[in-house]
Design a protein around this ligand. Structure first.
Ligand code: ADE
Length: 245
């Protein structure tokens, strides 16, 4: 999968791109992140990417020309594969695991990370961009949201995590019926007077499975009741829990 990011702050991505799963995914050739500096697509000597809003009002607005020029330039680098264009924006479709799974099936994504108070609306119209929000709060720019989207999508690429089961059974996972994941424990079996639940050391796989299923349900009902309310009948809540790791 190739992901292009159009931003005025490509340097913000440096640490993330070269760390952990992102680095491994790129080394394995499963992910290619290409950063494009929007300022390189300006034509004035000050490399201006923003301007005052028509009609007045506070703040500056991201200009349409450099963004469209930059998007077309990156699209031309892979002819015949224009990619799905996403514009990071708090007004967009709220990013969730279902959207992450949908985007993970794409060969190519082009993420636009605006700054300033807003962007020229024609960017959306001309590029056919889809607005994506990472939640109901406002950040100073689209770079962090772009990183969130790339991270969630990259780890779903087959081969990236090296343990395909873990992406199936995790919180919001399909096999998990969209529930939160059950609680986990590892050694030591006792720490500061707290023991791990007896059932997990019982060696009875059937019991462990039932316990995990109940825990996932109970935890979701307590912490995220909305996930249960939104469940379709027949969602995976009645499926078995994952095999022992
Ligand atoms: N830009 C600023 N806030 C944002 C958000 N919540 N999601 C996506 N892009 C944004």
């Amino acid at each position: 999968m190739r992901v292009d990011v159009i931003t005025i702050f490509p340097e913000m991505f440096a640490g993330v791109v070269s760390t952990s799963i992102w680095r491994i995914a790129q080394e394995k050739g499963l992910l290619q992140v290409v950063l494009t500096d929007l300022r390189e697509y300006t034509t004035d000597k000050h490399h201006k990417v923003d301007d005052r809003p028509f009609g007045g009002g506070p703040g500056m607005v991201l200009k349409v020309e450099p963004v469209v020029r930059a998007a077309r330039a990156v699209q031309a680098q892979q002819p015949g594969q224009p990619g799905r264009v996403l514009l990071m924006c708090p007004q967009g479709r709220v990013f969730d695991q279902a959207l992450a799974r949908e985007l993970a099936g794409e060969e190519r994504l082009i993420l636009i990370a605006p700054r300033y108070e807003g962007y020229d609306e024609r960017i959306v119209e001309i590029l056919g961009a889809e607005r994506v929000s990472i939640g109901d709060y406002v950040l100073t720019g689209g770079e962090l949201p772009a990183m969130v989207v790339i991270d969630a999508v990259a780890r779903l690429q087959p081969g990236v995590l090296g343990d395909e089961e873990s992406v199936v059974w995790e919180s919001f996972g399909e096999e998990n019926g969209g529930l939160l994941e059950y609680p986990q424990y590892t050694r030591p079996a006792e720490f500061e007077g707290r023991s791990v639940p007896e059932v997990l050391v019982s060696g009875d796989h059937g019991k462990v499975e039932r316990w995990r299923r109940e825990q996932a349900r109970e935890r979701t009902a307590r912490m995220r009741p909305d996930l249960i309310e939104n469940q379709e009948p027949g969602d995976g809540a009645n499926r078995s829990a994952p095999p022992e790791r």
